[in-house]
Structures are given as structure tokens and as C-alpha cells.
Ligand binder design. Sequence first.
Ligand code: AMP
Length: 611
Amino acid sequence: MPEAPKEPQKATEYDVEEKNKKTLEFVEDVTANADQVQKGVLAEILSRNAHVEYLKRNGLNGHTDRETFKKIIPVITYEDIQPDITRIANGDKSPILCSQPISEFLTSSGTSGGERKLMPTIEEELERRSLLYSLLMPVMSQFVPGLDKGKGMYFLFIKSEAKTPGGLVARPVLTSYYKSSHFKNRPYDPYTNYTSPNETILCLDSYQSMYSQMLCGLCQNKEVLRVGAVFASGFIRAIQFLEKHWALLCKDIRTGTLNPQITDPSVREAVMKILKPDPKLADFIEAECCRGYWQGIITRLWPNTKYVDVIVTGTMSQYIPTLDYYSNGLPLVCTMYASSECYFGVNLNPLCKPSDVSYTLIPTMAYFEFLPVHRNNGGINSISMPKSLNEKEQQELVDLVDVKVGQEYELVVTTYAGLYRYRVGDVLRVAGFKNNAPKFNFICRKNVVLSIDTDKTDEVELQNAVKNAVTHLMPFDAHLTEYTSYADTTTIPGHYVLYWELSINGSTPIPPSVFEDCCLTIEESLNTVYRQNRVCESVGSLEIKIVEAGTFDKLMDFAISLGASINQYKTPRCVKFAPIVELLNSRVISSNCSPKCPKWTPGHKQWNNKN
Ligand code: AMP
């Protein structure tokens, strides 16, 4: 199997061009030999894990070939392995899923029963993740030369972690990566030369982390060649932070002192190595921020920026207009596609339009299979929970090299860390091929209707939350006749809006506080990722807009005028189409927001974590 290029250890040994060449050769090699590599990956995973309980339980009997594997091992969802995961979380160290020790759990932003899914991982997966990261800049530098001559201003954050009852750490994959020596002690590389010192990224206090990263980014503004964050929502939050705090930032830059709100000693020390009194720079930033508009603020403050590196595929596409506004239309670059289960692939044509982005899955990362998606009535986000596959459906899965251009598939992975034929929940469409490896457009995550940041809310959750909330209406003899929802990203941070149509029989008017209670009950009923995002302020407070009687009939008339069938018409539980949102907004009688944040604590609720 082709090996990833090895990192040089010292700056002096560093030959960017040579390293880029080797990396691109690696991509050529693994994509040209995609099928062979995949066969090798599966055989390696199965031979290493021949004796693990899960494979024995399913009767694989040490076979390592694709045919037997596909015949014997079922295609599963998280719920199927939850009992095994719970055993591992509770401290069972026997080889249940993987022969190597589970080093920690990665807490996915996907949830099960309202709690984050726990993805087992092993130490060596960090190397695979590092490998995928190491492909990004050599690919990028084919299109934008000179990126090794300056810095990247990336807003990167860690989140709190918890311990399972058995003592394993459970944390998001990026927190795990930034805290690992792969990131912290990375060898010199001009492409991982960031404006944010590690200490500012590794500070758990989100205000101090953001403030210090912004300050360091401003101090080095001329050196910055690219800016970004993981998701578009995070980058926009950083710009909004600047809008709010530029005066204090300028004061610190002018005097070369760090204000006392930054209390973390390691952050202070790291920032003070960069911060020098610079009244000229402070005047310049102040003048730009005082202009009273934020259009083009990226290119105004960081004039050498060549592109904005953020994910704007999937639900993040809702942020494209805001990013265009802030960056004066700089290229928006989506470099990679990854998850807690596994890092999947890279965008080999990073300067393409966001709507054309496709990711080439790197065949060494895991063993990939693809379940064809059949749309019924044009929708795949209908109210259905993942079901287990019947025998015929199991046979429909195809290998990486056998997918067909234009067809949509659900991604299924078998990982080195012990997931076997696991349905990730993402729907991808084949856009074309790089050698023998397919390139995929990201279409959607199955069932998700609402998302602002990393939160993913499905129809069933929304329905249950609404059901809990309407109990507040009972004393007023009022009933919810119809509802829909909308992810409103015109506010920063964005927030969920619910449109409610009521039938009211009682004569007592419903006071606004009752609708506020409804908002909070919905928020309390939503999953842990939503509630965490509310507490971290990456999602704003939920709003209920009451609409006039008859609004949902108008909505149906409108959908039918656009070609929907009367017989099959169902009220959409989430709307995106601008004219429909306008129609709803034009009939709003009153609107109320949650008065406070819902409750959230790190870890699963049954773990009783203290931190
Ligand atoms: P998590 O496991 O919480 O890291 O979330 C992983 C999920 O985020 C993936 O399964 C996708 O649904 C989504 N995701 C990750 N990368 C991208 C991308 N480049 N474009 C669109 N969605 C993405």
C-alpha cells in the first residue's frame, strides 16, 4: 500500500516543492489504485481484528475477503452497536470491536436519544487524520502559489471534555486533534504556520480564546495570506466578535498591553510574545472599523488574503452570502470532508464554486461502501428513522470504484477503530472521478431539517419538542393546527424559527410569557448538541412566530401553484425557499423568543460528570 510522505524534522531540511510533489504523487497513486488499496485496507482491518467479539459474534471466522465480509456482516446504524459502545464506555476493556485499545471516544455532533453518539477511536487514527490534513496545502498550492510565504489566520477552538464511567475521555474530534502532539508539537511546516499560538487555541474559555486569536491575527495582519475556521458559521462568529470588540482590541494593540479580562496565564504569555505597541496599526484598524459598514472587512484589514477556508457545503451553504459580503467575494474554499467516525476525503479542485465542490475519498482512510439512495416523491428527508436493511438492500451496496456518476448514495464505512459497515448518515452524489476514485458532492445528512452550527435537528426530534411545548397552551383551550420551521441565519448567531398556526377556543388572551415558555420547552427538549451550542452562543434563542389563521392553506396553495400534487401534499416541517419564508413572515401576528438558555452539561446525562 502506498505510504504517506514522511515529515521532515527541521526547518532547514524543508523543501516545500519536493514535499508537495511527493504528496501529490501519493494522491495520484492511491486514486489510480483505488480498488487495490481498498481491498488491502479491508483485509488489514479484518485480519487485525479477526478475534474481536463483534466479528466472531457475527460469524466471520477470520475471513478477510470482501465477498465473505459483505455476505456475513450486517450494515448497521449507531443504535445497533450502542450496547457494545456502552460496555466500552463503562470500562469493559476486552476486544469488543477492535483488537487495539480504544484510546478515547469522539463525541459526534450526530445524536442518538438526544445524546451525542460516541465513536470509538484508537491512537493510530491520529496519524490517519494528520495524513489527510497533510494533503490539503500541496493540493491548494497548485492553484495559489506562495502560500508558504505567509500565515493562515484560522479561528480554531476546543470544547469541554467528559469522562465515561469507565474512565475514557469523550470529546469532539477536533478537540482531540488540537490537544494531540500531532498538532501541538507539529514539526516546522510553512503551511501550518498560523497566527494563533497553540495556547490561544487550547484555551477552553471561548471569550479568551476568540479574543486572543483575533488580537494575534490583527497584529500580524500583513502576513496573513488565508483566513478561515472549520465551518462557515464559526468564521462569521469571529467577524461578529470583531464588530463588537474592536475598540478594546485596538486599545491593546496601541499600548502593547493585554487587558485584564484575559486571565489565562499561558494565553497571556503566548500573546505577549506577539503583541508590541503599534499605534499606527491601531489607528488603521480603528479607522476601518469606524466606517460603520462591514462589507469587505476581511480584505480591508487583512489585505493580502487570497481566500477564505471554511466549509460551505451542506447546510453551511446558507452562509455564503454573508461570507461574500465580508470578504468582497474572495474565493470560498472547502478543503475537506470528515467526521468523528473517520476522515474521508479532500477537494482536489479547491477554487471551484461552492456549488460545484466535490470531495475525493482517500482510499487509505477506511473501507468505503455505498448504499444507493432511492428518492420517494423527491424527498429523502422524510420523517423516517434509519431502519435496518433487508437482504436485497444489503446486496445493493457497491464498492468505491463501482459507483455511478450522477447517482446518490449513503456512505457506509468500515474503520480501523472498529466500525463495520456503519451508516454515516450522509448522502453523497457522484460528480466524477479522479483516476479510479470517485469525487462526491455532499448532498445532505439524512433526516436533518434544521442546523445553524454543528447542531443537527431531525423531524422526529422537532415534532417531539413541539408536542412537549404545546401543553402550555392547554389552559387557554388553544391548539396547534399546523407548524413549520426555518433556520434563520440573517441574525448572528442564527436561530431556529417556528411558525405556528393556532385554533383558539378559549376567551382569555394568551400572554407572551406562555409563548416564551413554549420556546424554552422546545429548546429543553432538543438534543445536547443544540443545547450546548445555545450555551456557547453559536446558536441564538429560538423564536416562535404565530401566524394568522389560514396561513398554512395559503402555503399549500402556493406549493400547488409550483407543481406539488394536491393528493400528496404534506406540510413541510422545515422551509428554505425564500418566497415561502416571505409568505409566512407576511402573516405573522406576534413573535416571542426563549427568555434564557436551556440547560446543558458536558457528557451524557447519566454519567454525572463534574466538569
Ligand atoms: P462530526 O461527526 O460531528 O464531526 O460531524 C461530521 C458530519 O459533518 C459529517 O458526517 C457531515 O454530515 C458533516 N460534514 C463534515 N464535513 C463536511 C463537508 N465538507 N461538507 C458538508 N458537511 C460536512
